[in-house]
Design a binder for this molecule. Structure first.
Ligand code: SF4
Length: 371
């Protein structure tokens, strides 16, 4: 039976590259900040880097568009370079590595044999049960996945296809695709990082957490890291004040859309989607879909593709989680005064197609709350 090989610590590797102690402490502090940890955690990060080797990662790509890999390499905080060169050792990634063919497949075996129970298997894409639908080096992908997962420290499912089945598993699911998490051998821990694709920082931070603390981060009941999936987009959305005031874009090209009003009526699924898009945003915090004028399509939620159409109002707002009923306000805005709703002041929000600058919030609040 193979035994684990003693490896150099992260600190030792950095010293060999000519990094001074002072520079090392700066790197550790920068990583602490990038992970959103408090300054008092710097000694913990320093200790981890002094005592732990870089984390070997085998990143396998199954039925996927490589979106998670594309997003991963665009992580800003911490940057992919920092994670890649200072914290992990990316041993295999079909989209990024130069090697291919037999040499690449043999390298997976080498890592499995040299670091049993130490490497992370990051998996993106779904796995098909249809015979012959996906093979790697002539073998069914599912078989290879089970084999590599069995010796892993943990499996990190990257993206909605790996976590829920995603687009390949959407109806009619011609390849009988399933989430990779359905194939994780018993006893091997796993974590789900859903999103189409997931946010780069969520992936790099999760790997960095494993390096520093030696364990997976705390997860919710769906095995997602709590730190990034605990909030509904709707509760962190910058358009929420418009939602609460009953101001909605009715089309992508109306005055409401230009004013940045709530996108609920254009099919926004923010009220039922849990992700960190509103907090971390994308491209180094530059923007995110709703900020850019596009409704959330709920890409981090299970079965999001089968719940299309995307631009129709399909989300049912949980009554206890909203302060106003947009359906009722919508009726008001459409001029349905005859319905007998006490909407006199609400109608001032939009009168004869004209959007008022200041909605009568009191009147809107008078409208029945919830259903
Ligand atoms: S419905 Fe969508 S756009 Fe409107 S506040 Fe909620 S998340 Fe934001």
């Amino acid at each position: 039976m193979a035994t684990a090989v003693k490896r150099k610590t992260i600190y030792e590797e950095l010293r060999e590259q000519g990094v001074t102690r002072r520079e090392f402490l700066k790197i550790a502090t920068a990583i602490t900040m990038a992970l959103g940890l408090k300054l008092k955690m710097v000694p913990t990060v320093v200790h981890a880097m002094e005592t732990r080797p870089r984390l070997p990662v085998i990143w396998m790509d199954f039925q996927s568009c490589s979106g998670p890999t594309e997003s991963f390499i665009r992580s800003y905080q911490p940057s992919m370079q920092k994670v890649l060169f200072d914290m992990i050792s990316l041993e295999y990634n079909g989209a990024l590595m130069a090697g291919s063919g037999t040499a690449a497949e043999e390298h997976i075996l080498k890592i499995m044999n040299e670091y049993p129970g130490e490497y992370i298997l990051a998996a993106e894409g779904s796995l098909p049960l249809l015979p012959g639908a996906l093979t790697i080096a002539g073998r069914p992908a599912e078989e290879t996945f089970r084999e590599v997962a069995a010796k892993a420290k943990a499996v990190v499912a990257m993206g909605s296809c790996a976590t829920w089945g995603g687009i390949p598993a959407a109806k009619p699911n011609p390849t009988l695709a399933r989430a990779v998490t359905d194939f994780v051998p018993p006893g091997v821990p796993f974590i789900r990082i859903p999103g189409c694709p997931p946010i780069g920082e969520v992936m790099t931070n999760t790997l960095a957490h494993i390096v520093i603390f030696g364990t997976l981060p705390e997860v919710d009941e769906l095995a997602r890291p709590k730190a990034y999936y605990r909030h509904r987009l709707h509760d962190k959305c910058q358009r929420r004040p418009f939602f609460d005031a009953g101001l909605y874009a009715e089309t992508f090209n109306d005055e409401g859309a230009r004013q940045g009003y709530c996108l609920y009526k254009l099919g926004c699924r923010g009220p039922t989607t849990y992700n960190a898009c509103a907090e971390l945003r994308w491209n180094g915090g530059l923007s995110w879909p709703i900020q850019s004028g596009h409704p959330c399509i709920g890409c981090a939620a299970p079965n999001f593709w089968d719940e299309a159409p995307f631009y129709a109002r399909v989300v049912q707002l949980p009554g206890a989680q909203t302060t106003i009923n947009p359906e009722r306000v919508g009726a008001v805005m459409a001029g349905a005064l005859a319905a007998g709703i006490a909407v006199h002041a609400a109608a001032t929000v939009i009168a004869k197609g004209r959007i008022a600058k200041k909605p009568d919030v009191k009147a809107l609040k008078d409208i029945e709350i919830g259903q």
